[in-house]
Design a protein around this ligand. Structure first.
Ligand SMILES: C[S@@+](CC[C@H](N)C(=O)[O-])C[C@H]1O[C@@H](n2cnc3c(N)ncnc32)[C@H](O)[C@@H]1O
Length: 251
């Protein structure tokens, strides 16, 4: 079931705290290069999309409320180690890093694209307790149970089935027993929502794997073999968005 991305990322993560080391263009997953070059890879794209109002527009005005929803489950003050899987445009990571700072904790952000990590570095205050690591979410070069909590904001809908499944497998592995994983992404809007009919063809055309999340529960991609204490789901904006919070069982 698990496919292997051609030219997949080297297993070792590259820490960008001291500058950009990884070679641009190498190890970019096939789905990203094929379907999302216009959003994340091209330097002009990064410049263009790094506007909060624009990301908010793409999310139908829900960027702030979805960010709030994600942050609420992680906590006001974040001691220990927090992981964010994949960069996002806008101020979400800065706000997450403020919470890590307030709790005396640290934040690691991983992304497979150096240009995205560079862009995030520019947004963060120099003293932020944040490490930016070049890694592929499907193969994190991180020991088991390393993190207390993790956030994944609108990554899963971009990934084909095997990569999505592997990303969730890696999250379950690297978050400690008792730790929490917060996932925010698309879901199927309710029958009365106009976007259920208007947005479907748009997503089908420009985000070819997104409709998977309309058809299946995120829980269905969670790997077997990791006991859960709890899994909760909340819907937003007439069901077009969802938050899934997974808590690993204690040992
Ligand atoms: C989180 S998603 C979409 C976020 C949302 N649309 C936004 O920017 O506000 C986009 C990010 O995921 C990253 N990404 C995609 N596949 C990845 C993978 N396999 N491993 C790590 N990062 C990945 C991309 O490089 C990009 O920075």
């Amino acid at each position: 079931m698990h496919g292997k991305a051609p030219g997949a990322t080297p297993s070792a993560g590259t820490c960008l705290t001291a500058g950009l080391v990884a070679r641009e263009g190498s190890g970019v997953p096939h789905y990203l290069a094929t379907h999302y070059w216009w959003a994340y890879i091209h330097p002009r794209a990064v410049k263009f999309f790094e506007r909060q109002w624009l990301v908010n527009l793409i999310l139908w005005g829900n960027y702030r409320s979805l960010s709030e929803a994600a942050l609420a489950d992680l906590g006001e003050r974040l001691p220990g180690r927090t992981l964010q899987v994949a960069c996002v445009y806008g101020d979400l990571t800065c706000r997450l890093s403020e919470r890590a700072s307030a709790g005396g904790g640290t934040l690691d952000v991983i992304d497979v694209l150096p240009i995205q990590l560079q862009n995030l570095r520019r947004k963060l205050p120099a003293a932020a307790p944040v490490r930016l690591l070049r890694m592929d979410s499907t193969r994190l070069d991180v020991p088991d149970a390393r993190y207390d909590r993790a956030l994944v904001f609108f990554l899963l809908h971009e990934q084909p089935d095997p990569e999505r499944e592997r990303t969730l497998g890696e999250l379950m592995r690297v978050v400690r027993p008792g730790g929490t994983i917060v996932i925010v992404d698309y879901a199927m809007p309710r029958w009365w929502h106009p976007l259920r009919y208007l947005w479907r063809p748009v997503l089908a055309r420009i985000e070819p794997f997104a409709l998977d999340l309309w058809q299946h529960e995120i829980a269905s991609w969670l790997p077997a073999g990791w006991p859960l204490r709890q899994i909760g789901k909340q819907s937003y904006f007439g069901g077009l968005y969802q938050k899934v919070v997974v808590t690993r069982a204690d040992d």
